[in-house]
Write a protein that binds this ligand. Sequence first.
Ligand code: ZEM
Length: 295
Amino acid sequence: SAAQSAKAATKLAPTKEDYQKVYNRIAEIIDDADDYDYGSFGPVVLRLAWHASGTYDKATGTGGSNYATMRFEPEALHGANAGLRVARDLMEKVKKEFDWISYGDLWTLAGVAAVQEMAGPKVPWRPGRIDGFAAQATPDGRLPDASQGAPHIRDIFYRMGFDDQEIVALCGAHALGRCHADRSGFDGPWTFSPTTFSNDFYKLLFDEKWVWKKWGGPKQLEDKKTKSLMMLPTDYVLTQDKSFKKYAKAYADDADLFFKDFSAAFSKLLELGVPTQQFVSSEPWVMQTVDEQKS
Ligand code: ZEM
């Protein structure tokens, strides 16, 4: 019948199970990092998801994760995106195996997998982003500059539609990974466990004494005791600005609160710039970790 042939000609929409397969492949690739930073690509993949989303401008509705415009120059070459080629190339392997997924869905799902596989909170996520064009790429300067203060942080994150509490929660991602002198100019990790999601970033901010590092690079702080950890000027501001400090202290004291608030803010970040009607399911999905699927 005509109805039957119409159905046969329509590609079946991918299911949650299909996306779980993509998640699992991402998790495998994140872990296959013997010769890379701390044996994990998790942090750099998480940073890709953040920079793909954090270009959003609420006032014009431009930027955000929808079109994955970091694939194109000049956005790929923006200073803030230095080093993210590593993560994009890893995701290209996944894209070859699952060609039906959009880049925006792939990169944001990778951010979810990175957080969850590094022992972070569950991050509700739903597909629906579509691949865009180079003309939709965002201008340089939409991502935060680590050398600046509280007014700059607020300008950048308020533009995306976040408040002070969400800003502080999102910055807790700096429990993970490190700065690379050949990427941002800054150098070193924030915590002693850079592949485990935790509230250590806030704890260290308050528990350690932070002093300006004496070196030829950009202004950054080091912990007085071991000199092996770092904070960016924008990180340190979270303990200096009265409103930011209130939330940072709360997250230092309560890991569960941080996990809950990070999950909500990060889930929101990953959906910036995606028109609601594009989302396939009304309720975001909670993807399973690799460990959960074993039991
Ligand atoms: Zn970061 N971030 N970030 N960030 N970030 C770096 C690394 C990582 C800022 C920033 O300038 C820098 C958020 C917010 C802010 C991650 C996640 C998230 C680096 C080092 C810099 C300079 C890059 C390098 O040299 O490789 C500033 C100024 C921020 C806000 C004020 C938010 C929000 C994040 C996620 C939710 C992660 C995971 C890394 C580690 C990357 C890696 O390769 O290890």
